[in-house]
Design a protein around this ligand. Sequence first.
Ligand SMILES: C[S@@+](CC[C@H](N)C(=O)[O-])C[C@H]1O[C@@H](n2cnc3c(N)ncnc32)[C@H](O)[C@@H]1O
Length: 253
Amino acid sequence: MADPSTDQFTAVAEVYDDLMSVVPYRWWVDYVERLWRERSFWPRRVLDLACGTGNVLLELQRRGYAAEGTDFSAAMLAVAARKLRPGTPLWLQDARSLALPGPPFDACVCLFDSLNYLLEVDELRQAFAGVARHLAPGGLFLFDMNAIRALETGMFDQSGCGSDDSLEYEWRSAWEPTTRLCTISMEFRRHAAEGTQVFYETHRQRGYTLGEVRDNLEAAGFEVLAIYDAFTTRPPTARTDRFHCLARCARQP
Ligand SMILES: C[S@@+](CC[C@H](N)C(=O)[O-])C[C@H]1O[C@@H](n2cnc3c(N)ncnc32)[C@H](O)[C@@H]1O
């Protein structure tokens, strides 16, 4: 197993929602529901795997789902807990070894390239197997991933500000083609009346081929229903930067 970095999603948790203020989470959940409804699928209990600060969970709850979240960053979950309905189940767990209490879920979502943070094929398969263990037979699993193209063409080379001038960031990425690992060095400057706080995180993502994704889903007990160019119902192309994958739990009751 790859060494789990301790400097991912720690300090960044408190500024994450500011950084994501432009992300249309409501529209993302519209897309999730569209893919469910196209298959006449009406889940009630939904698991948000790697839920981070809970933005998808919040939107699922608003729409009446019984939604629970899990993530391995205590700092991200602490932010989520402040925003979500009191008592929302939030589980501090590693996606590679999921063991949640309670009955199986009808559906699982895992959005915003969270699965790219699993750096070995075996880890991806462990996460898929964990989701399969927690889904009811026939349950749907929808996730997105950064495509290799996005990681190798420097998608993470970014600098900018948060929603106001109080936060600045500078990210630089390095791509290693043989391992397909992308290392992103992040520097943040947070300006406040007391002075400027500078902090750093190093994130690592792996790029997976569609074949690896399919094979490992099937090995974990899923039927792959579709892989789409992100936020569409068209197949991925050579220019796809992000894809969504929809799979059905084929496990027998
Ligand atoms: C880019 S954030 C996405 C968060 C959230 N899904 C969203 O849409 O805003 C990636 C999340 O994956 C989580 N993560 C990364 N590796 C994980 C692992 N092995 N197990 C559980 N969560 C993990 C991080 O802690 C982080 O919250």
